[in-house]
Design a protein around this ligand. Structure first.
Ligand SMILES: NC(=O)c1ccc[n+]([C@@H]2O[C@H](COP(=O)([O-])OP(=O)(O)OC[C@H]3O[C@@H](n4cnc5c(N)ncnc54)[C@H](OP(=O)(O)O)[C@@H]3O)[C@@H](O)[C@H]2O)c1
Length: 243
């Protein structure tokens, strides 16, 4: 899809940190922006008042999503494992069910999501995810298994999806478009750090990058030592596949 074909985008989870960066990037590209966020979080979008439309409501509410995505060429969805109410899978399902059939759908998640089981994780990473899953469920605050289920549904769909898998994140000024690989464990990703603003940049760029359709890129900052060691320039988003 060419840049000119994207005119209107919906950002689901617009009030979060990643969401707000995506709103900024989308507005900079001249897109018409519709944001969805929980009613109590609408005030977090005050800086964009008059420049975007906000549809308040739970992002896993099919009716809220149906109204928000109407007429959109792209939908950027933040999948979060918060709560114990199948929020991530409900959100993904609502987007899959109600987005216009030709829309580009771009979802965010972390490296812990695997599409084909060929990702290679360090023992420390695997332990960390396990501990977060068990503890999060015990205190009824985090449901990592539901984020996995959300992505499973996206992977199984025949829509024009991309699932962007983020490394550890940090704040800071943009360094440019992250580089990506199809599999965690690829040496180019060893740096395991991405600026959140650049994660958002990758999400928004994916709307117009057809090579990412039905791909699950794992990303890393383009200025990390591992990315630099693999001769990737700041705007090189070519895949560095281990496959
Ligand atoms: N944090 C990391 O280090 C990291 C690493 C790799 C990948 N990622 C991925 O990056 C994306 C953004 O993550 P982030 O950590 O940077 O968070 P974020 O952008 O601040 O987004 C958090 C989102 O979760 C919502 N939220 C918070 N508590 C909630 C609850 N109890 N019920 C429902 N929604 C709730 C927020 O909505 P409100 O604004 O309404 O509160 C907001 O939309 C996610 O897809 C995550 O998997 C994060």
């Amino acid at each position: 899809m060419g840049t000119d074909r994207v005119k209107k985008v919906c950002i689901v989870g617009a009030s979060g940190k990643l969401g707000q960066y995506m709103v900024r990037h989308a507005l900079e590209r001249g897109y018409e922006v519709v944001g969805v966020c929980r009613e109590r979080s609408v005030a977090k979008l005050a800086a964009f008042e008059g420049r975007m439309t906000v549809v308040p409501g739970p992002t896993n509410d099919p009716d809220v999503i149906r109204r928000a995505v109407a007429g959109c060429d792209g939908v950027l969805t933040v999948l979060v494992p918060w709560g114990v109410q199948q929020y991530a899978s409900g959100t993904a399902q609502a987007v899959l069910d109600h987005a216009p059939p030709d829309a580009r759908l771009v979802f965010s998640c972390g490296w812990h999501i695997t599409r084909d089981g060929k990702d290679q994780y360090s023992r420390m990473f695997t332990m960390g995810v396990l501990v977060a899953s068990v503890l999060g469920k015990l205190v009824r605050a985090v449901e990592i298994g539901d984020q996995v289920e959300a992505c499973r549904r996206v992977f199984a769909s025949d829509t024009r999806w991309t699932v962007v898998r983020g490394s550890t994140l940090e704040e800071g000024e943009s360094q440019g478009l992250p580089v990506w690989s199809g599999h965690v464990g690829d040496p180019v990703l060893a740096g395991n750090l991405t600026r959140r603003v650049d994660f958002a940049l990758f999400m928004v760029e994916a709307l117009t990058n057809d090579t990412l359709v039905q791909e699950a890129p794992a990303i890393v900052g383009c200025r990390t030592p591992s990315a630099l060691a693999h001769n990737t320039g700041p705007h090189d988003s070519s895949p560095h596949n281990t496959a």
